[in-house]
Design a protein around this ligand. Structure first.
Ligand SMILES: *Cc1c(COP(=O)(O)O)cnc(C)c1O
Length: 449
């Protein structure tokens, strides 16, 4: 089947995510025929490096033979079973391994089937914990400016990206927003660590004033991914954990995007040596194969729900596909690869190479910032380098980089004016060079007028 018929058929029936569909009058949608490793291939034989891991989900390449084999085996054994009243080997093993791998003290797993649902679970659980523990006034959540936690109504409420949120404001929960420790905003000459450390002060003031009415603080550890890949120092997490304990509110770490090695450690929270009360995981959990998510929490939280049925303290939340065995099998196969190939250590070399290739971007007259945590690099295009004045969003400079990338064999999908790399871990140094060169040329062309 040719490209053109597929595009036509698509546009006559499909409504695509996060897309102004009218854009496709001039910007062709790209049917992908197959994929292997870091490569996506279209129907005309063009190949693209998947530099963004297909929306941050892919870990070990497309059609990974090891994950495929595990899934084939699972398909022959058990495809799905209700998780209320029943269980299966795959989910028990996955839960045991996640409890072992995540920070000490996270001892219970609650499954859902996508990132936003995991956020909903953590918000409801936190609120319900306080209800069960006799706190009647804790009904609000504290978030950070520029944060993102998903698109369902409550997840959207605790996010702060205006582009996604503003329209729906009348429908949303009221949240209390503290300024992000985002180091893009630090003073000249200030270190990331100093800036992130001092940004705990406004958060502490909010806690001081509002802790009585707040269930939890929710944050993305180290990288605000959808918020233009803005980054901060782990010291903020350490101080935030202390503040949450001091003021008796939960800490929810949304590691949906940063989990599974993106920041250099298996989980970002490790870098601050903290245990959140809730940790949300999805995206990379299944290696980029299947929708699955999980919330890990403490025995303390679990125990607040554990009682005689008549007392009605149970967490009566469910999704039909909760704990799907095929998704869980993909997750186990992904964890196997992490373990067998010592991926976190091996990535150190790739991360160093990413650092090396990103040096060149710093000199560009329209690059205002180059930042990195582990396997994520972000390059921010600006109109004026000195003052970091942004380009007018209507100019859609990022879109120009996107189009240049596609013409030259790399799928980059800039967030506004921020070009970033978040590649699958099977990328080679040579392929990193290729990806970076295309990004560099794309930025040059997108900013030359
Ligand atoms: C993607 C994302 C979500 C939402 O996950 P979905 O599976 O898209 O619903 C939540 N939080 C963060 C940090 C994310 O990056």
């Amino acid at each position: 089947m040719g490209n053109n018929t597929l595009i036509e058929r698509d546009l006559s029936v499909l409504w695509h995510p996060c897309t102004q569909m009218k854009d496709h009058e001039s910007l062709p949608i790209i049917p992908i025929k197959k994929a292997h490793g870091i490569w996506l291939e279209d129907f005309e034989g063009n190949k693209y490096i998947d530099a963004i891991s297909s929306w941050w989900v892919n870990m070990f390449g497309h059609c990974n033979p090891r994950i495929n084999a595990a899934l084939n085996q699972q398909l022959e054994t058990l495809e799905h079973v209700i998780l209320a009243g029943f269980t299966h080997e795959t989910i028990v093993e996955l839960s045991e391994r996640l409890v072992k791998l995540t920070p000490t003290g996270l001892n219970k797993t609650f499954f859902a089937d996508n990132g936003s649902s995991a956020i909903e679970v953590s918000l409801k659980m936190s609120f319900h914990y306080w209800v069960n523990s006799g706190y009647k006034n804790k009904t609000k959540f504290i978030n950070l400016t520029n944060s993102y936690h998903g698109e369902t109504i409550a997840a959207l409420s605790v996010g702060d990206v205006a582009l996604y949120k503003e329209t729906y404001e009348p429908l949303l929960l009221k949240t209390i927003t503290a300024p992000s420790p985002d180091c893009f905003n630090k003073e000249q000459g200030e270190t990331d660590k100093d800036y992130s450390a001092r940004m705990i002060e406004p958060m502490r003031e909010i806690l001081q004033q509002h802790a009585d009415e707040c269930c939890a603080v929710i944050i993305e550890p180290l990288i605000q991914c959808a918020g233009n890949m803005r980054m901060y120092h782990p010291v903020y997490l350490t101080l935030l954990r202390q503040a949450c304990d001091e003021f008796n509110v939960h800490l929810i770490c949304d590691e949906i995007a940063v989990g599974f090695g993106r920041t250099g450690t298996l989980f970002a929270s490790e870098q601050a040596d903290i245990t959140p009360d809730f940790m949300c995981l999805s995206k990379g959990l299944t290696g980029g194969y299947l929708p699955l998510s999980v919330v890990l929490t403490t025995n303390n939280v679990y125990d607040a729900f554990y009682d005689d049925y008549e007392n009605l303290t149970a967490f009566l939340h469910s999704h039909s596909y909760t704990g799907n065995p095929i998704g869980c099998r993909a997750a186990l196969a992904t964890l196997d690869i992490f373990e067998q190939d010592n991926v976190i250590n091996a990535n150190q070399k790739l991360a160093n190479h990413l650092t090396k290739v990103s040096e060149k971007f710093k000199e560009h007259p329209h690059v205002g910032d180059v930042r990195q945590h582990g396997m994520v690099v972000a390059i921010e295009m600006v109109k004026d380098k000195k003052s970091k004045t942004p380009y007018d969003w209507k100019e859609r400079r990022g879109l120009r980089v996107y189009q240049y990338g596609l013409k030259n064999g790399v799928l980059l999908r800039p967030l506004g004016n921020v070009v970033y790399f978040m590649p699958p871990y099977v990328i080679t140094e040579e392929q990193i060079n290729q990806m970076a060169q295309v990004a560099f040329d794309g930025i040059h062309i997108a900013t030359r007028d």
